[in-house]
Design a protein around this ligand. Sequence first.
Ligand code: ADP
Ligand code: 5GP
Length: 211
Amino acid sequence: MENKGILCVVSGFSGAGKGTVMKALLEKYPSQYALSVSATTRAPREGEEEGVAYFFKTQEEFQRMIEEDALIEYAGYVNHYYGTPRAYVESEMAAGRDVILEIEIQGALKVKEKFPEAVLLFIMPPTAEELKRRLVGRGTEDMATIEARLARASEEAAGMEQYDYIVVNDRLEACVEELHQIMISEHHRTGRNIEEIHKIREELKRFSKGE
Ligand code: ADP
Ligand code: 5GP
């Protein structure tokens, strides 16, 4: 099977559990996946480390990254900018790992435009009520920000059909496994294995000629 990594975009409403699911996926399959670390102008949350959760940037630094074409995509989200640094994505894919971009919908659609072979996954909460419970339960945002994020979820829901797959994060373990199975299937797509097809055709030709 082809050994080049797949670019995998994961989106979902704030609080759906993207971060939790990605962490579990990487812990379970550390050699298959690499998680891209984004740049952002938002402030670090309690416990978020520079270069692990995000690369935390000032407005000016972020602007410079845009000008230097150092970002694959970037977007505004509830008062801040977020973007995907190019270098890590390219080197990890070349090394054969599936690179996951955990990004919001505008960025996801830009990635699909630039890289049509990317896989777009949308992680859903079981219900809207559970989404709010998780956002409040996480305790990292004030009520006004939670309301703004829920309003944004409503807008994002309008674009869900543009994704290739929907996965519900009800039981964490099941969600992780479904995601992994989707990626395995993607590696088996005919279009991602053209070289293998050509190789076996050549071999068969030589065989039938008795070489
Ligand atoms: P996101 O990255 O999508 O904003 P998080 O991963 O931070 O979401 O999860 C939001 C909250 O929901 C966290 O407190 C997390 O522990 C909780 N959570 C995540 N997945 C589940 C799940 N399957 N069942 C119950 N709670 C979950
Ligand atoms: P948070 O502030 O909760 O960490 O992230 C807010 C939103 O920004 C989430 O929907 C997250 O997926 C998205 N996001 C994180 N990094 C990027 C990025 O590099 N590009 C884009 N477009 N969105 C991102």
